[in-house]
Design a binder for this molecule. Sequence first.
Ligand code: MN
Length: 401
Amino acid sequence: MTASTTVRLDVPIDDLFGIHNLPYGVYSLPGRAPRVGTRYGEHVVDLATLLGDDVFAGPSLNPFMAQGHDRWVQVRSAVTAALSEDVPRAAVHSASDVSLHLPFDVADYVDFYASEHHAANLGRLFRPDNPEPLMPNWKHLPVGYHGRSASIVVSGTDIIRPAGQRKGPNDPAPVFGPSVRLDIEAELGFVVGTGSALGEPVAAGRAEKHLFGVVLFNDWSARDIQAWEYVPLGPNLGKSFASTVSPWVVPLLALEEAKVRTPVQEPEVLPYLALDEPWGLDIDLEVEWNGEVVSRPPYAAMYWSPAQMLAHLTVNGAPTRTGDLFASGTVSGPAKEQRGAFIELTWGGAEPVTVAGERRTFLEDGDEVVLRATAPGAGGTRIGFGEARGRVVAARHGREV
Ligand code: MN
């Protein structure tokens, strides 16, 4: 090829989207169909053009993810090699020129509750009369519930304030209206690349063969709706109105340096949840509220690991599919400034925080929340997850279609 048809991309090794990251996403140019790309520095590189492989020419990562772990390794190696040489100019776009889309077709969605600090704080807030903040099952299994995949949206999508029923402890009867306790949950989401058949559990030690990558996940939560509806079957409409994911899926293969031991689990877990070397991920999250960082939750403190969550999710024989997403539950550390939900940060609204000069307990219309995260990458670098951004807009109840 001549010099005019190729270009050499020089991206600093320590860029958060440097050569050791190479996340997958779906982008489009104005008036063009969405395709799979990777983010490299300030560039978005079209993978179908770079590799000459049509599995990347469509609007979803699912066909590639379904090809399996060996292919993920092979493609990552091929992209790394290709980007260290001249690449076709036609494959390269500026990140500022493209729109980013939901990167995969979300199949089933489950939300876990894997942070001991978060579960204990919520136990104290929701069940103040109970001396034991954790339920008796909490250290024996990763508690979770099935959510609504159809309301998972990509970063940048406005969040419509949900309406629903709520009943405060002193209200004589439930009332209907827009949520007045709209909250966030800073989480990570794990994307299943290859599924598992009905009746065939995924062993914890095999989870890495099934897990394709990691996204940021904001599980927007209406605490007033949740508090009234959740007994005895768990969260429903207080959660199912929207969840935001980041547009770049960071491959688990990029997170080898981020692996850490999970906290000691006592009592000992049942054999199906046991691993010789239980691994968590040393990922540092950041929660920005109206432009101000209000919390820095540490994922390394999570009690239950991604492998344990997948093993538990399938141990009854439930199948999984390409595009399944399971989220970790709110990431909260032991310190107040590490709490990943505003209900914890403001202690149920009793301790307002000052955000960009205004007092806040829960979210108001017009508020914007951005999640970000970084993790150790190869060669002493750090890799970035981009962002999961959402702005709250006014409720639309009463405008039924
Ligand atoms: Mn959640």
